[in-house]
Design a protein around this ligand. Structure first.
Ligand code: ZN
Ligand code: ZN
Ligand code: ZN
Length: 137
């Protein structure tokens, strides 16, 4: 994943801070929580700026947000199919109850038929349990 290409593809100017945020998130194939990002980038990017960058990325379809067991926001890189205001990250997320990491799994969220009168714009599925790393420690 090339942060500068990704920003260009979404019509965003690449500032140093924006690139840094993407670099941190792309390092793992797991989602990163907002507090963890603050910890890692605190010296370079202040809280408010980080918050603004994350919001922009979510709006533009670069990152998707997943809430974990404790209600903390976690961010992961989107699939290339995502665009501004149209996310297509309909995959299952996995929240490990031991290391608390959130994984994006390549499993499609099963289609759920809504009752009459309800319009679902997104459906999220989170599985809780022990991840592969924790299972083999
Ligand atoms: Zn997305
Ligand atoms: Zn784990
Ligand atoms: Zn995901």
């Amino acid at each position: 994943m090339d942060p500068i290409k990704l920003l260009k593809a979404h019509d965003l100017k690449h500032t140093r801070q924006r690139v840094r945020v993407l670099e941190e998130i792309a390092m793992d194939n797991v989602a990163i929580s907002q507090p963890e990002l603050e910890k890692r980038l605190g010296k370079e990017i202040d809280r408010v700026t980080l918050y603004r960058i994350l919001n922009t990325y979510e709006d533009k379809g670069i990152l998707h947000r997943v809430m974990d067991l404790n209600g903390t926001a976690n961010y992961a890189i989107c699939s290339p199919a995502c665009s501004a205001h149209h996310h297509h990250d309909e995959h299952v997320h996995f929240n490990c109850t031991r290391c608390f990491k959130i994984y994006c799994l390549e499993i499609e969220v099963p289609g759920i038929k809504m009752p009459k009168g309800f319009t679902a714009n997104a459906v999220s599925t989170i599985a809780y349990g022990i991840c592969e790393k924790c299972n083999f420690i």
